[in-house]
Design a protein around this ligand. Structure first.
Ligand code: DGJ
Length: 728
């Protein structure tokens, strides 16, 4: 049984494969954190483990001076009665007081995992896959119930946490802060790993020492953001890709979040994570409840790579859903970088024709097909076809594309409205705005208040009309700006700080309705590229456009950084034209293919402008991807060389039976008389013999992993290799 309650010690022991997570009910009242890390056995746990033996601070109990919350590892800490660190939870009562006293009341342990109301979360297909512990904390004064949920995925080696708050009292309670989890480390010998970035440069890996005081990684943009990802990890100082202690925290949420790391006076670290308390409050009337998003926690004693593979396995199979979860994704061509807004039916069909000849399987029509959208100044919200460009309608175009043997896919940006649009003329009050103030524009557009049901319904109505009349098998859901002037017409003043979260709940409702009604459609998330690459979106859409930077060399860092948490198959990755449209770089077609094949593979360039040689290479790439897709989609990823550290990047994928693998190596700048290079592989079976496809070379796994594979000499910048290995 992964979760045990030890009645003698009043201790919960949550076990997941190689992990132990231990909580104690201290003095029969308070929930204190004891341990999280490599699996352990214990005999008994003295109170000092909880109090740390320091009792000179403010003591909450006048008759017992042996403990202070300020030195304790509280499992779900509150502020205001002797713990002065950043709390996980805070309420405000009608009298203006903000004190809360959460005391253990009861618990239950059961097989399976409950769904989170209105929120995406990891799931089970069978109740035996996981076990859940619910611990009920209670504030007797106001009858407030706080349930802490812990689910142990035994085989995946993962623990998830979330919190539900229920007002069982007779008065209104305002939540000022309701984070999803908090956990304490008993020493500060850690580094903090996080993923920062910007538009077109998402998820750059940064590793810094933890420092005394607070380090906060957050978003206040209304989306998880290009700038910061809802993920952090604590790494032991000696942790590397292949060794050391690593603690990962990944929030299943797509809006404002905060990951808070606090090192205190005793060199202990408190990590908490959840909805960003900045710009958040939530009014709970009697009998109402509030559900926090889920945090997925991974401990590994085998380094960053092992943590990533754990996230990949879980997210591929127990976060992503739908018909395409386990299927090969169609190889697509997207017309955005080929035409931008400047296209007509003839042009699109000529690209589709070439695509069909090359073996591409899906044609995606991007921005510009609706309203009067000749550039980005108009028409968002007018989701009806522009007959000037497509006189036969979407239906006519899609049918012709289908006749060529291709599936048809379409772009939408459902959350947005152009001030220059029919929809805005009809409903000028549907976008976020504050009365009497100007509205901030970003890419000439405003944000629809999709926390409102009528707004959601009208957008969905327009979308569904198209989806019911056109043979659409793929949708790209874009979102091209952050939220500003966040204020909602429907809500009273005391609820205005709920709007950011209500927006996310509205978004999830819209996505849920569409994927439920159109289960055959493959959805790809996008937010000006990778501005909302988070587990919340992956629950609805199994792939996300990773970045608007499609340059193969830029993509090395972007895809490497993204792979710290997210599986390769979730990363939309396209071969685009050279000189590259974002950075002007010229890279070989082979390299662009190798980098794109390391993700969810596709093309995004004008296929009519290809040379015969380029067409030949593309045909080869498509044939190769069809042979190897299962290795990266279903297998494990091993990162070999970091482009953040070296003049090269390399990674490989290995099937779970270790019979097949493929390795990608990209050299960035070429060097004269370069050092002799051997690439040490990983994840193979040391005792199996592998043939390098296309050669007669055979190596033992142990040889490839320790002596390494020789890298041929390289002349010219941005050259790459893709080796396929098969057991022989
Ligand atoms: C941003 C996306 O990331 C691009 O791929 C493209 O769809 C444009 N928006 C269209 O406006």
């Amino acid at each position: 049984m992964p979760i045990i309650f030890d009645k003698i010690n009043n201790v919960f022991h949550i076990k997941a494969k190689e992990t132990s997570y231990i909580i104690k009910i201290f003095k029969n009242k308070y929930l204190a954190h004891i341990y999280w890390g490599k699996n352990i056995d214990y005999v008994n746990l003295p109170d000092e483990v909880v109090t740390g033996g320091r009792a000179f601070g403010a003591t909450p109990d006048a008759n017992d001076k042996t403990y202070t919350f300020d030195a304790m590892a509280m499992e779900y800490p509150v502020y205001g009665n002797s713990d002065f660190r950043a709390p996980a939870f805070q309420i405000e009562l009608e009298d203006g007081s903000r004190i809360c006293n959460l005391v253990y009341k009861s618990h239950s342990i059961y097989n399976g995992k409950p769904k989170l109301e209105g929120l995406p979360a990891t799931y089970v297909e069978n109740d035996n896959e996981a076990q859940t512990l619910e611990i009920e904390l209670y504030d007797e004064l106001v009858n407030l119930k706080v349930i802490l949920y812990y689910t142990a995925y035994e085989d995946y080696n993962v623990i998830t946490r979330s919190v539900k708050v229920i007002n069982e009292g007779t008065k209104k309670i305002k939540l000022l802060r309701a984070l999803s989890m908090s956990v304490t480390f008993d020493n500060a010998d850690f580094d903090l790993l996080h993923l920062w970035g910007s538009w077109a440069r998402e998820r750059m890996v940064e590793r810094v020492p933890v420092i005394h005081g607070l380090q906060v990684i957050e978003s206040a943009r209304g989306e998880s953001s290009h700038q910061h990802n809802p993920f952090i990890a604590l790494l032991s100082k000696d942790a590397t890709e292949k060794s050391g202690d690593v603690y990962g925290f990944s929030l299943v949420y797509s809006g404002n979040f905060a990951s808070i790391v606090e090192v205190d006076q005793f060199d202990t670290i408190r990590v908490s994570m959840g909805i960003n308390p900045f710009e958040f409050t939530w009014v709970l009337n009697p009998n109402e409840s509030f559900q926090t998003p889920e945090v997925v926690m991974v401990y590994s004693s085998n380094g960053i790579g092992d943590m990533s593979r754990t996230y990949h396995r879980l997210y591929r199979k127990r976060l992503c859903r739908g018909a395409y979860r386990d299927k090969r994704r169609p190889i697509l061509v997207n017309n955005w970088e080929a035409t931008y807004f400047n296209f007509n039916e003839e042009k699109l069909l000529s690209i589709a024709k070439e695509a069909a000849d090359l073996g591409i399987e899906l044609f995606v029509l991007d921005d510009g097909w609706f309203g009067k959208r000749d550039d980005d100044t108009t028409s968002l919200g007018d989701w009806f076809v522009d007959k000037r460009k497509l006189p036969n309608g979407l239906d006519g175009l899609a049918k012709k594309i289908n006749e060529m043997g291709l599936k048809f896919g379409l772009w939408f940006e459902p959350e947005m409205i152009s001030p220059e649009s029919e929809l805005f003329k009809k409903h000028p009050d549907w976008c976020f705005q504050v009365r009497g103030r100007s509205i901030t524009q970003c890419r000439n557009q405003y944000v629809l208040d999709i926390s409102r049901e009528e707004v959601r319904n009208e957008i969905l109505r327009m979308m569904k009309e198209i989806l019911k009349t056109t043979p659409i098998e793929y949708i790209k859901w874009d979102m091209n700006r952050p939220l500003t002037e966040v204020w909602s017409f429907d809500l009273p003043p005391e609820r205005q700080k709920e709007v950011f979260h209500r927006y996310v709940l509205g978004l999830y409702k819209m996505m849920d309705e569409l994927i439920t009604e159109f289960p055959h459609i493959l959805f790809e998330g996008c937010s000006g590229g990778g501005g909302r690459f988070d587990p919340g979106i992956l629950y609805f859409m199994p792939q996300i456009w990773t970045s608007d930077d499609s340059d193969a060399i830029e993509r090395l860092k972007i895809q490497y950084g993204t792979s710290i948490v997210y599986p390769a198959i979730t990363m939309g990755a396209h071969v685009s034209a050279v000189p590259n449209h974002q950075v002007g770089r010229i890279t070989p077609m082979e390299t662009r293919g190798h980098v794109a094949m390391s993700g969810c593979f596709g093309y995004e360039l004008d296929l009519n402008k290809l040379s015969e040689d380029e067409k030949r290479i593309i045909k080869e790439q498509i044939a190769q991807y069809k042979k190897i897709w299962h290795i990266s989609q279903e297998g494990d990823m091993y990162r070999l060389i970091s482009p953040f550290e070296k003049n090269a990047a390399s990674w490989m994928f290995v099937t779970t039976d270790k019979k097949e693998a493929f390795v990608v190596y990209v050299n960035i700048l070429s060097e004269p008389l370069p050092p002799l290079k051997r690439l040490k592989l990983d994840g193979l079976d040391p005792n199996k013999k592998y043939n390098i496809e296309g050669t007669d070379k055979v190596y033992y796994g142990s040889e490839l992993m320790n002596l390494g594979l020789e890298i041929p000499s390289i002349f010219g910048d941005f050259k790459s290799f893709l080796w396929v290995l098969k057991e022989c």
